[in-house]
Design a protein around this ligand. Structure first.
Ligand code: HEC
Ligand code: HEC
Ligand code: HEC
Ligand code: HEC
Ligand code: HEC
Ligand code: HEC
Ligand code: HEC
Ligand code: HEC
Ligand code: HEC
Length: 424
């Protein structure tokens, strides 16, 4: 008796494995060839829009256009016009997928490297494996159906390559896609997740770059969390995540005493000062001990960090106000019609050094910041000197002009007097 149950179980599980291990070859057409089948033929004529929609989406579906038919996912027999045969469960036909079955179904092809190679050698085949390691996949395995499965992010019909701007996983659309769930604070609170990630991210410089500048190099949700392996970066990997794009800041942070100190305190690197989602444009005024400044949250008045903060703020303040004064002076001279090319070069030099000074903040080294602000002040002094020379020149020219005008006027008067005398 137990033997028979055992055999039945083995047969059933083998059948299940077979069903998932290999794509249903009967249902898969010639790679690159548009799939023509009875499923599309009949469904595109059905009254019920719920049944018709998948067939209508077929022409824009990467599967259909590459020769993978409806039966690639649903199985059944796409060569028969008889619905009882075409949609025969004995032919493997699946009318409805449970949430839990979807990743395995999509993975039956997408994890099969040999199969995918026939279509496109460039599409990776690790999605299911990665998905299983993600928070989504782990929760799904325990029976949680609120999490994302393949279709939550890609759709089920009309699936497009991620590089297609209409795809729900295209960089400018992904925020909305993750937002279906992560923007739902009530749902997220059940998991102890804040649920403000979407609204916070939308305030960031990253989002602004993405939508206003269409800068696709700005990070979206998947750049920091991964798509299939969706996980928050751990404390120790935040700086790696940010550092893949912000190399110079990361390099300096790694040289700072903060690197080891933060690690010991379980403080995430960049996030401690910049936050994770609402990353704003940083300003010099952030450096200091006030409530709204970044150093005060960890340092206390009088300690080495606070002293450094004060000196760094003062160095930047001096450089910045000198910059304002010199820039105004140079522009005034320029408006007076003088060529200020050489001074402009000096101003540019000062700006470059200023950017470097702001970057050096990440080392927390007063010396390194001051070395840059010294360069700033040096370049500004040079520009100021050039402006001063031009001002002298202007004064000289003005007085020269006044003298010549006076001489001309005098000559005219003399001339008039002379003419009058002659007339008389
Ligand atoms: C001759 C017409 C016809 C053909 C051929 C046909 N279908 Fe259907 N299909 C229907 C009709 C009508 C329904 C709704 C009634 C029902 O459930 O039987 C349906 C239902 C379905 C459903 C279930 C929808 C739901 O949620 O209940 C799926 C999935 C489906 N078809 C897929 C396929 C696939 C895949 C093929 C090809 C292998 C196919 N159909 C071939 C007419 C057809
Ligand atoms: C890439 C895999 C895939 C392909 C290809 C595919 N389907 Fe589906 N289909 C699904 C999944 C998954 C669902 C379940 C919907 C969900 O959970 O979002 C589904 C659901 C359906 C439903 C029920 C829709 C509803 O709203 O209840 C119908 C009808 C259907 N498919 C018909 C078709 C037809 C016809 C084709 C071919 C034009 C097709 N499918 C191609 C994966 C696929
Ligand atoms: C029957 C096998 C099969 C099944 C099942 C299947 N796919 Fe595909 N899928 C393919 C093939 C083949 C391609 C590649 C087409 C090509 O050459 O571009 C593809 C392409 C894709 C692409 C576009 C990749 C790219 O970079 O262009 C996405 C996204 C995708 N599938 C998602 C899914 C999802 C989600 C499911 C489940 C709902 C699924 N697939 C189920 C075979 C399958
Ligand atoms: C949480 C959202 C999400 C889930 C769940 C998800 N994907 Fe994706 N998928 C993405 C994103 C985002 C991309 C684009 C990745 C990129 O641009 O690097 C993508 C890309 C892909 C690609 C194209 C890969 C390439 O490099 O061309 C395929 C194929 C794919 N997914 C299949 C799947 C399959 C199969 C599943 C389920 C096992 C799945 N996806 C689950 C978001 C998701
Ligand atoms: C269908 C709903 C849904 C979609 C779409 C979705 N998620 Fe999730 N996600 C969830 C749920 C529910 C959880 C909580 C799982 C748990 O903690 O057990 C979660 C968890 C996460 C976590 C782990 C959070 C933590 O505190 O550990 C990350 C990271 C994540 N999702 C990122 C994403 C990204 C990025 C996208 C879009 C590419 C996305 N999700 C799309 C429902 C979704
Ligand atoms: C610039 C990188 C970055 C981007 C972009 C980003 N995140 Fe995060 N996210 C993080 C970091 C860092 C954490 C926190 C990790 C920690 O402190 O443990 C985090 C945490 C999370 C968490 C867990 C929060 C909690 O309360 O437990 C979720 C969920 C999440 N992000 C979803 C998203 C979604 C959805 C998007 C897109 C709108 C997104 N993230 C965009 C870096 C990013
Ligand atoms: C995928 C690449 C990428 C990742 C990952 C990334 N960023 Fe960015 N970041 C950018 C781009 C591109 C910009 C430029 C936006 C613009 O045009 O101003 C930017 C801008 C910034 C700015 C504003 C700079 C300024 O001068 O206004 C800060 C601060 C910042 N990122 C911090 C972070 C932090 C902290 C992380 C990690 C939590 C991170 N970034 C992750 C690409 C990235
Ligand atoms: C101790 C706090 C702190 C930490 C930790 C920190 N930053 Fe900053 N960051 C700042 C401050 C303050 C500024 C503003 C500098 C200014 O404008 O004067 C800034 C500026 C920036 C900028 C704008 C460009 C620039 O260099 O001025 C980027 C990008 C940036 N940080 C990225 C990062 C990254 C990536 C990390 C992690 C490797 C990180 N930051 C760690 C405080 C910090
Ligand atoms: C997340 C907490 C945190 C923030 C924010 C932070 N620090 Fe620190 N800092 C530390 C810790 C912890 C140490 C190592 C212990 C110590 O020396 O106080 C440290 C050490 C330092 C040191 C070396 C002190 C020494 O003894 O040599 C300097 C300098 C410093 N920080 C400057 C700053 C400046 C400037 C800011 C603001 C831009 C800042 N820190 C922001 C936590 C922080």
């Amino acid at each position: 008796m137990t033997d028979r149950i055992l055999t039945a179980t083995v047969v059933l599980s083998l059948a299940a494995v077979a069903a998932f291990a290999a794509p249903p070859t009967s249902a898969v057409g010639t790679p690159g060839k548009h799939a023509e089948d009875s499923c599309v033929g009949c469904h595109s004529k059905l009254e019920d829009s719920r049944l018709r929609a998948p067939a209508e989406a077929a022409n824009s579906d990467v599967h259909h256009t590459q020769g993978v038919s409806c039966a690639g996912c649903h199985s059944g027999d796409p060569t028969s016009d008889d619905p009882a045969v075409a949609m025969d469960p004995k032919r493997g036909f699946v009318a409805k997928f449970t949430h839990k079955a979807i990743p395995e179904m999509c993975g039956s092809c997408h994890s099969n490297a040999a199969f995918m190679l026939r279509y496109s050698p460039n599409i990776p085949t690790d999605q299911l494996a990665q998905y299983r390691t993600s928070k989504h996949g782990q929760a799904l395995a325990t029976g949680d159906t609120n999490v994302a499965v393949c279709t939550s992010c890609h759709g089920a019909h009309g699936i497009l390559p991620p590089a297609d701007a209409r795809s729900p996983v295209y960089p400018t659309r992904i925020v909305e896609t993750c937002g279906h769930c992560h923007g739902n604070a009530a749902l997220m609170s059940r998991y102890g997740i804040k649920g403000n990630e979407i609204s916070e991210y939308k305030r960031s410089v990253h989002y602004a770059a993405l939508v206003t500048k269409n800068d696709l190099s700005a990070p979206t949700c998947k750049s920091c969390h991964g798509a299939h392996g969706a996980m928050p970066p751990g404390i120790s990997s935040v700086s790696n995540v940010c550092g893949t794009c912000h190399l110079s800041q990361r390099e300096r942070f790694d040289q700072s005493p903060h690197k080891d100190a933060f690690a010991a305190l379980q403080q995430p690197a960049c996030e401690s000062c910049h936050s994770n989602h609402a990353i704003l444009h940083p300003q010099d005024s952030w450096i200091g001990m006030d409530d709204k400044q970044v150093c005060g949250s960890c340092h206390s008045t009088g300690d080495a960090g606070a002293t450094a903060a004060a000196r760094i703020a003062s160095a930047l303040g001096k450089a910045s106000s000198a910059d304002v004064t010199t820039l105004a002076r140079v522009q005034r001279v320029e408006r007076a019609g003088m060529l200020m090319d050489e001074a402009s070069v000096k101003l540019e030099e000062a700006h470059q050094a200023f950017v470097m000074a702001q970057l050096e903040i990440h080392t927390t080294s007063v010396g390194r910041v001051e070395a840059q602000t010294k360069t700033v002040l040096g370049a500004l002094a040079a520009a100021d000197k050039l402006a001063a020379a031009s001002e002298t020149e202007i004064r000289y020219r003005r007085s020269g002009l006044f003298i010549s005008l006076a001489v001309i006027a005098l000559a005219m008067v003399l001339l008039i007097l002379k003419i009058r005398a002659m007339e008389r």
